[in-house]
Design a protein around this ligand. Structure first.
Ligand SMILES: C[S@@+](CC[C@H](N)C(=O)[O-])C[C@H]1O[C@@H](n2cnc3c(N)ncnc32)[C@H](O)[C@@H]1O
Length: 336
């Protein structure tokens, strides 16, 4: 059953508006818009600009209020019912869709409470065929008391990635797994360590090609193995490259980040999570949009990776956190 049939709060209003953004201070290329995201996005749309990447980390319908560690209220995630939550999110997703460039990708992060609500909205707006990935991020290791809670620990966030067209930006990402040196072999011709795997269903032609690349290892009995090169850290530790897949259990929770990275803003996400998103689905120079910016993690990472950003948030605590965090970057501050 589609959302269209079960949900009364659908908003088909025209997207762009007359409203313009008011310049507060500073100069870009980066931007922060202070205020609610719907008028901000409508005003951005009216300028005709587009974004290569959008990351949304909205409230998760968690029925909780969130505060900064300094005690100030940050934002409320309490909704009268499911429709009120969808009524707030749906027009935002429509506007982001309209703001994406043809090569653009949207990422939406939620947890078990909202994932079943959000995916049908994205299917409706982008088309189910534009779904690129559902990523499971293990956001925290299970705690002892969760294991006793009568269910598996609820320690996943889900990230939905949808593309605007069938030709989005895409760069595969490789991770490195520590590899035991005792199990590695050394190639004396180039000084590199390698591991091996049986030739499997490689054809003789493929084996000949790999041989020419120096990637065939023959045992004394003449058995053929394929070599896989290992990376070596400065401390001598060996690592095996591994293509990152849809289960992200190698991105540590924020509480493991350095004190410098932790801003005290609730629900702040770790920078390596955003780095993986930005690097995999945008190019340097692509503009990055985050309409639920919180502490500004998306902006910090986008700027470091050479992408201009537009962040939006309506919470005074979030805006103060961003002011401190982005103070060394050229940012044009705007308001709705
Ligand atoms: C989960 S937090 C985002 C955290 C962020 N990803 C980070 O790393 O810090 C959600 C944010 O959305 C903001 N927000 C919620 N509704 C909004 C709206 N309608 N307009 C603008 N900001 C909104 C809240 O103030 C809050 O800062």
């Amino acid at each position: 059953m589609s959302v269209r049939l079960v949900w009364e709060g659908r908003d088909d209003a025209p997207l762009a508006s007359e409203g313009a953004l008011v310049h507060v201070e500073g100069e870009g290329p980066h931007e922060v818009v202070e205020g609610p995201n719907l008028p901000a996005l409508r005003a951005l749309l009216a300028t005709g600009r587009t974004y290569g990447l959008a990351y949304l980390d909205p409230p998760y319908s968690s029925a909780a209020d969130y505060a900064h560690t300094d005690g100030r209220a940050a934002y409320s995630d309490k909704w009268s019912d499911r429709d009120a939550y969808l009524t707030a999110l749906f027009p935002c997703l429509r506007l982001v869709h309209a703001l994406l460039a043809p090569h653009g990708t949207i990422w939406v992060q939620v947890d078990h409470r909202a994932s079943g609500l959000v995916q049908p909205l994205l299917d409706e707006i982008f088309g189910a065929q534009r779904l690129r990935n559902v990523i499971a991020w293990r956001r925290a290791p299970p705690l002892g008391r969760q294991v006793q809670s009568g269910q598996f620990p609820r320690n996943l966030d889900l990230l939905f990635a949808y593309a605007k067209s069938d030709k989005p930006r895409w760069h595969p990402v490789w991770g490195l797994l520590p590899f035991d040196k005792k199990k590695a072999r050394l190639d004396p011709t180039n000084g590199r360590y390698f591991t091996t795997a049986p030739r499997g269903d490689y054809t003789d032609e493929s084996v000949a090609r790999l041989e020419a690349e120096g990637r065939i290892h023959r045992t004394e009995s003449g058995k053929v193995y394929v070599k896989y090169w290992l990376e070596q850290g400065e401390d001598g530790q060996l690592y095996k490259p591994k293509a990152v897949d849809a289960v992200w259990d190698d991105v540590a929770p924020l509480r493991h980040a350095s004190p410098k990275e932790r801003t005290g803003y609730p629900t702040q996400k770790p920078e390596p999570l955003l780095a993986r998103i930005v690097e995999s689905t945008s190019d340097p120079g692509d503009a990055v949009l985050d309409p639920y910016a919180g502490s500004g993690t998306t902006g910090v990472v986008a700027a470091r990776l050479g992408r201009p950003f537009t962040l939006v948030d309506q919470s005074p605590a979030a805006l103060d956190t961003m002011r401190a965090r982005l103070r060394d970057l050229p940012v044009r501050w705007l308001r709705t």
